[in-house]
Ligand binder design. Structure first.
Ligand code: IPM
Ligand code: MG
Length: 372
């Protein structure tokens, strides 16, 4: 038995705790089946934390996250907390971004694939999307999210000026570029780097740095650069033409929602955000695992959220956090079986609720143990 691995579960807001609950059930059963020891602790993040502690992420949660091997996050935010104005860095006003900075998780891996049983749930013709398999590598602890100064001020003419800075240092671009090239080596060996180097200084630095790291350290990986605006069109038009999409914090946020289209729903997408590059079979401590979707206040409390993004995030936790790829494959296989069986939540056109989808995944997982 490996482990025990310490897991901190932070449900967050609205559907966040619902999908984290589903993820934890899959985590515990998978751990049991594969002989991986896990100890789970739960705490608050986002608006749920604000309501109790008056802050979106407490120091205690940061300490627990630092001590954890892996952190499972649901989703944060909602209209209840949108109006709260706090001057200062984003880390004061958003618990998730504080956690990302405190843990220095800069390597956000956001995969999306076309599932054969869901092709008709996408807006694509089958031949365009069948076989599409993308990985966004998003820089997640720098750029415009954290650039200083930021703020707002009232000008002498009475207008309000609000501003932030998009900034990158060479070392920040180098380390995320390496993550993308490493990821591409384990896939189809093809990186597309996205930027706005035609208008942004940070975009120019981004492009020249990625180019140099590719040329000097990863000559075996194919690299192309695309301007971000064109890339949105090109990826949407022909998703199968791409493999790894490398982007800064803001552009990575945008394109990772876009690629959900090939999976049929944003509810399908997992992520792993790591403080290092992911390497085969060597666990990375302190990664953050979260579905890419938001907190969906419109369906909160109804028990109908799609838990698959959270469940696949748990699969990524087994792969990267615990170095147990067979368990990750078993979870993905069980999800595939559930989709093939037509057990679909409402966002995919079905009627199965969160509990039914989770139950079905657990059922297939149980039967997979006999042959794995
Ligand atoms: C994401 C989210 C976050 C982001 C929000 C909730 C701060 O959209 O993880 O993609 O912008 O990074
Ligand atoms: Mg986002």
């Amino acid at each position: 038995m490996s482990g025990p691995f310490k897991v901190l579960a932070l449900g967050g807001d609205h559907i966040g705790p619902e999908v984290v609950g589903a993820g934890l059930r899959v985590l515990l059963q998978t751990a049991d089946q594969f002989g991986v020891g896990v100890e789970v602790e739960e705490d608050l993040l986002g608006g749920a934390s604000w309501d109790v502690h008056g802050t979106f992420c407490t120091d205690a949660v940061v300490d627990k996250a630092r001590a954890a091997d892996a952190i499972l996050v649901g989703a944060v935010g909602g209209p209840e907390w949108d109006g709260i104005r706090i001057d200062g860095p984003i880390t004061e006003t958003d618990g998730l971004t504080r956690l990302r900075i405190e843990l220095d998780v800069y390597n956000a891996l956001r995969p999306a694939r076309a599932w054969s049983s869901l092709l008709s749930r996408t807006p694509y013709r089958k031949e365009i999307v069948d076989g599409a398999d993308l990985l966004v590598v998003r820089e997640n602890s720098g750029g415009v999210y954290y650039g200083e100064p930021r703020g707002r001020e009232v000008l002498s003419d009475g207008q309000v000026r609000a501003y932030e800075i998009s900034e990158y240092r060479t070392s920040e671009v180098e380390r995320i570029a390496r993550c993308a090239f490493e990821a591409a080596r384990g896939r189809r060996g093809y990186v597309t780097s996205l930027d706005k180097s035609n208008v942004m200084e940070s975009g120019k630095l981004w492009r020249e740095t990625v180019e140099r790291i590719g040329r000097d350290e990863y000559p075996d990986v194919e690299l192309q650069h695309l301007l971000m605006d064109y890339a949105l069109f090109a990826v949407a038009r022909a998703p199968k033409d791409f493999d790894v999409l490398l982007a800064d914090n803001l552009f990575g946020d945008l394109i990772s929602d876009l690629i959900a289209v090939i999976s049929g729903s944003l509810g399908m997408l997992p992520s792993a955000t790591l403080p290092a590059a992911a390497r085969e079979a060597s666990p990375v401590k302190g990664g953050l695992y979260e579905p890419t979707h938001g907190s969906a206040p419109d369906i909160s409390g109804r028990g109908i959220a799609n838990p698959i993004g959270a469940i696949l995030s748990v699969a990524m936790m087994f792969e990267y956090g615990f170095g147990c790829a067979p368990a990750a494959r078993a979870i993905v296989g069980a999800v595939d079986s559930v989709l093939n069986a037509g057990v679909l939540p409402p966002d995919l056109g079905g009627t199965a609720d969160t509990g039914a989808v989770t139950q079905a995944v657990l059922g297939y997982l149980r039967s997979s143990a006999s042959w794995s």
